[in-house]
Write a protein that binds this ligand. Structure first.
Ligand code: ARG
Length: 284
């Protein structure tokens, strides 16, 4: 009798364990901690010395800011009413060729095989103002920064929610600022460690207390990465006590967070909100 009970108990334990493990492996919802960790201005990158493009872009930006076009584009992408989509022409000959990293909603992303986003619509309108067709090259964000720093770059402009920074300014030119942003942190919905935080100092104090096993995901070459890992040129001390992981795109980092592979993601505020919403929409 005793043997049967012990046997039954072990079966029950095994079944419970299975469910337990299944629960562990399940994707979890994530949340944005709404505290601005940095202050950043977005700019468009122009190849060093191309003052003609830089001036044309600046007057164009001033015009669409003045007549309300820009604010309207932003509003439509924020409230989800935008219907803007763009497909490249078959050849880039004679086109205004721009570089982006289409993984950053609402600024640049893809709907199926079409480009969309605030920066992409601005690019389309700017090309039109020059009497040209637009050709978008979708390369990784670090590649956008790298190629805009080369005098031989085939891209006229880099449009990718690029944060202005003196360090970057050394190798390329920039348009005037067009948008104000900040880094924020995303964690699992059930994670309470930042619950009592009200200031960036509160968040940073908690991050500094974490062990080396604590992992923060960031996109390669971004200010989010510099903020987390530390970068002298950018003036970020970083969190040397923990591990900063590099991803090709923010959404891939958030996916790993949701699957429990990392503890947090640091990324720009609006993309954080949009990526969090789309990640959670896929989780019951
Ligand atoms: N604003 C940040 C930076 O300049 C991130 C930009 C990432 N952009 C993108 N299209 N993935 O570093």
């Amino acid at each position: 009798m005793k043997k049967i009970i012990v046997g039954l108990l072990s079966v029950v334990t095994a079944v419970l364990c299975c469910f337990g493990f299944a629960a562990c492996g399940k994707a979890e919802k994530v949340k944005v901690i709404e505290i601005k960790l940095t202050e950043e201005d977005y700019v468009y990158a122009v190849k060093t010395g191309d003052t003609e493009t830089q001036n044309a872009l600046n007057s164009f930006l001033a015009e669409i800011k003045d007549n309300g076009t820009f604010d309207n584009i932003v509003k439509e992408f924020f409230d989800g009413t935008s219907t803007f989509e763009y497909s490249n022409p078959s050849s880039k000959d004679g086109c205004l060729v721009i570089a982006t990293s289409a993984d950053f909603p609402p600024f640049e992303y893809k709907k199926g095989d079409k480009f969309t986003g605030i920066d992409m619509q601005v690019a389309k309108l700017f090309a039109e103002s020059l009497g040209k067709q637009l050709y978008i090259e979708d390369i990784g964000f670090d590649q956008v920064i790298l190629s805009m720093g080369q005098a031989t770059s085939e891209y006229k402009i880099g449009m990718a929610g690029i944060t202005y920074d003196e360090e970057r300014d050394k190798s390329m030119d920039f348009s005037n600022a067009y948008y104000t942003s900040a880094q924020v942190i995303i964690v699992k919905e059930g994670d309470t460690i930042f619950d009592g935080c009200t200031t960036k100092e509160d968040v940073e104090r908690i991050l500094k207390e974490q062990k080396s096993s604590y992992k923060i995901g960031t996109q390669k070459g971004t200010t989010g990465y510099m903020y987390s890992a530390g970068d002298e040129g950018f003036g970020y001390e970083g969190f040397k006590n923990l591990e900063t992981k590099i991803y090709d795109a923010g959404a891939l980092a958030v996916k790993d967070l949701s699957n429990g592979k990392i503890n947090a993601v640091i990324i720009d505020e609006q993309p954080a909100k949009m990526i969090t919403a789309s990640t959670n929409a896929n989780i019951k």
